[in-house]
Each structure stands twice: as C-alpha cells, then as structure tokens.
Design a protein around this ligand. Structure first.
Ligand code: GLC
Length: 449
C-alpha cells in the first residue's frame, strides 16, 4: 500500500511520537503502554532507549539504568520490573503470582518476573553512545553499564547453554518476545495439560484489548503452567532444565540478538579500553552455531530448534529471517531468504499495492491471521531489525520498504502495538512506546546497520 512520505508532516509526526513517549514516561523508565502494560518491560526499554538516544540522552540512559537496577544477583535481567507495584493491581500475572522471593538470587529491592526477554540492551547502549549529545557522559555511561551487560550475557551462556553449543535456549514463549507465535504451537501441543495441572487464575490482558487480537485461553493455560513450574523450582535454572521443563527452545531471534549484542559488547569494550576479543569470539561461535544448527536448507530460512522433541520447528515466522541482523548468513543464504521474502509471503513482494510489510508470519501458511498478535500482524521493531539486516546485505530496496512501513503505519493506524498488514489498521495496545521510539529513530536518519 503506497502512502506517500510527505516531508512536511515529518515534524508533526515527530511531535506526535514524542507525545507518546512522554505519556508513557514514569520519571525514570517507560511503560510500553499505560493501560495494557503498566510496568517496565525488558526489550521494550532497549528499543525505547534507541529512540530517546536521538533527542534526550538523559532519558535514554535512565531507561536502561532503571531496568538493570532490578538485575538479579545471578545476572538475569527480568522480563518485567514491577516498579511501585501495587500487589492488588489488576495485572496478571503480577508479583503475587511470580513469587520471586523463592529464589536466593532475586533482588530484595524490586518486584520482578523470573524469566527474561531478548538481549537487545548492549545494542541499545552502543546506540546511546553513538548518538550522545554529551560524549564524555556517554563514555561514563558505557563504563557504568558494561559490567552489568557482561553479567547478563554470562548468565545466558552459563545457564541456558548446558551442552556448550554456543546457542542459548528459552523456557517460555514470553521469553521470545513473540508470545503467541505459531512457532510455539507444536511445543505447547506436546504439553497436553490436564485441567488439574493448571493453577487457578484469571486473565487480565483481555480487559483493554479485544480478545480476538490476543492469545487463546488454551495458550494462556500453558503460559501460566510454565510460570508455576519455574516458581516451584525457585527459578533455579539447573533444576528447570533437569526436571523436565516442557518448553526448551533454541530460538532464532533470541540467539541472533544475543550474537549481535556480543558484537556490540566488543565495540563497547574497545570504547572503555577493555579486551574485545572474548566478545568477538563468543559472537562468532554463536553465529556459526545458528548457521550450522538452525538453517533449514529445504525451506530457505532459519528454524527454531525444540530441544524437548529433538527436532526443528519448521514454521515460517518472520523471525526466521532475522539472522541478517547479526551478519550470520553468507550472501547465498541471504539471497535465498530474500527470494522467499520477495514471494510476497510477508507482504514484501514487488507489488506496491500489496499491503504493508512485513507480516510476522507467512500469509499463505496455516493459521495466518492479520489481526491476532504474533500470527500475522506487522510489528514495528521486527521491521526495524529486518530493515537493518537487509540493508547490511545490500538489499536497499526491501530495506527501504520496511523503513517506509515504519513511518506509514503510525500515520495510517496510529501509534498502536501492531498492525494489520492488509489494511494498515492498528491493533492491540494504544499509545505504544516502541512504535513511537523506532519511528523517531528512522526519521532521525539512521539507515545503517
Ligand atoms: C507483548 C509482546 C512482547 C512485549 C510486551 C510488552 O507481550 O509480545 O514482545 O515485550 O508485550 O510490550
């Protein structure tokens, strides 16, 4: 769908995007969206900081400082920090359900969840440094964040890669950031839960958002069962692995972002005079492992690996094309992926009237839905990651179309959480932070990798 990029509404768009961020700023961090997500989310904060880096260095720095203030003693960065949480607030699952006090590693100063989200934080810290109005302060900030980022990545490699493959696993769909992606269907189906295994609970996520745009109840039962499984094991990663966690997946997007984050750690190390070599080595190892184990030669993209089943998950999600963001594929594999993308399965074909790229799931695959969360809608941060990946491999035209969609979708569908690729209509949460932050980033001229 062609929406002309009008240079003269650029400043209006920027102003509206900043208003979204202002509305969600809580004094030292941002919420993704006040009504639907009233706390701090881990990878949201990284993307939000990437936007703030262009016009408010202080807020960009504070955003990640506030997140890492809740880092666990074992290095994990929790996926939600319940700042100033009212345990009775109508959010589920809240602190009273997670019960992180069962773990000796949990912070005593903050309520948090006990799982993680994709590690985009080192990438965000480098971005803040590279765009800082005050370079001296930015360097001090890098020095401050560096050990925390090290501990975070060390946690992942130490606790989530027991066989030392160079690939880390996730233990919950929420850890992927792609909550109800069709990727998880085969894994959740194998769980085959009996009603008595599911702790009593009441969903809160369908209060503010139409249930037809959210996960199904059966999926939610699995999400809650898993949280119960973790808290019963005091969030001890060794026990969770050894005692039969039914969800153990080596996820393409998570490992890609870790790989890129390790590359960015090498840059951060150089900035502060630390040794970049260990980070480069770890990044190279993870890149090689993604390329060796997760590449699907028949289908021409990268596939998640289900450790429980000992098999790949051959589901065509957009995330399977993300390894370009970390420079993982060679030119030939990148070309095959671009061929698939160009078949218009993700609305990224040559027809300019053919909708808005890129859908989160192949529109010709079973169960595609243009409205339901991770089963089809366009997500702005995925476009941003894919844009950088394609641009790095020289696919400027496709990268440009993703960039246009980042700009056009908020104009057509407002600053919503996700968008219908067929019409551009916005869905999910309203006044959504990273939609605004990444629009600011692309309008500020960053097109490079
Ligand atoms: C949803 C998304 C996740 C995001 C969170 C807060 O759970 O799937 O990626 O971090 O909302 O915005």
């Amino acid at each position: 769908m062609a929406v002309t990029e009008l240079p003269d509404d650029r400043s209006d768009l920027l102003r509206r995007a900043r208003e979204v961020l202002d509305a969600n700023w809580r004094g030292s961090f941002s919420v993704p969206a006040l009504r639907q997500y009233p706390y701090q989310w881990s990878w949201d904060s990284a993307f939000i900081a990437i936007g703030y880096a262009h016009f408010d260095q202080h807020r960009a720095e504070e955003e990640l400082r506030a997140l890492f203030a809740a880092q666990w003693a074992d290095g994990r960065v929790p996926h939600i920090v319940f700042h100033e949480a009212d345990p009775a607030a109508p959010y589920f699952p809240g602190p009273a359900f997670w019960q992180i006090e069962r773990s000796p590693h949990a912070p005593s100063t903050h309520y948090t969840t006990g799982i993680v989200q994709p590690p985009v934080h080192a990438t965000a810290v480098l971005h803040i440094h590279d765009h800082a109005a005050d370079p001296q302060r930015a360097l001090a900030y890098v020095a401050e964040m560096f050990p925390k980022l090290c501990a975070w990545h060390d946690f992942l490699y130490r606790e989530r890669d027991p066989l030392d493959e160079g690939l880390v696993y996730i233990v919950h769909p929420w850890e992927s950031g792609q909550d109800n992606s069709p990727l998880w269907d085969p894994v959740l189906a194998r769980m085959a839960l009996r009603p008595e295994q599911i702790p009593p609970y009441q969903r809160a996520d369908t209060r503010a958002v139409d249930p037809s745009e959210r996960p199904l109840n059966a999926d939610y039962d699995c999400y809650i069962y898993l949280v119960d499984f973790f808290r019963q094991r005091a969030y001890d990663e060794g026990r969770i692995y050894r005692e039969g966690c039914p969800f153990l997946v080596q996820d393409v997007l998570f490992n890609t972002l870790l790989c890129r984050a390790e590359q960015d750690m090498a840059e951060l190390a150089e900035l502060i005079g630390a040794d970049p070599a260990p980070f480069r080595a770890r990044a190279a190892r993870t890149a090689a492992a993604i390329d060796a184990k997760l590449w699907d030669e028949d289908r021409g993209y990268y596939a998640d690996y289900d450790l429980g089943a000992g098999a790949a998950i051959p589901v065509p999600a957009l995330a399977g094309f993300s390894p370009m963001f970390a420079g993982v594929p060679d030119a030939e594999r990148a070309g095959r992926m671009v061929g698939y993308l160009g078949s218009d399965a993700f609305w990224l074909g040559p027809d300019p009237e053919g909708g808005f790229p890129a859908s989160s799931y192949d529109r010709f695959a079973p169960g595609y839905s243009p409205r339901r969360y991770w089963r089809g809608p366009v997500w702005i941060h995925m476009n941003w990651l894919m844009m950088h990946g394609l641009s790095a491999y020289g696919y400027a035209e496709q990268a440009g179309r993703l960039r246009s969609a980042i700009i056009d979708l908020p104009r057509v569908g407002d600053f919503r959480e996700y968008f219908n690729p067929e019409t551009g209509t916005g869905h999910g949460a309203e006044v959504f932070s990273w939609t605004a932050a990444l629009l600011i980033d692309v309008l500020s001229g960053d097109q490079v990798t």
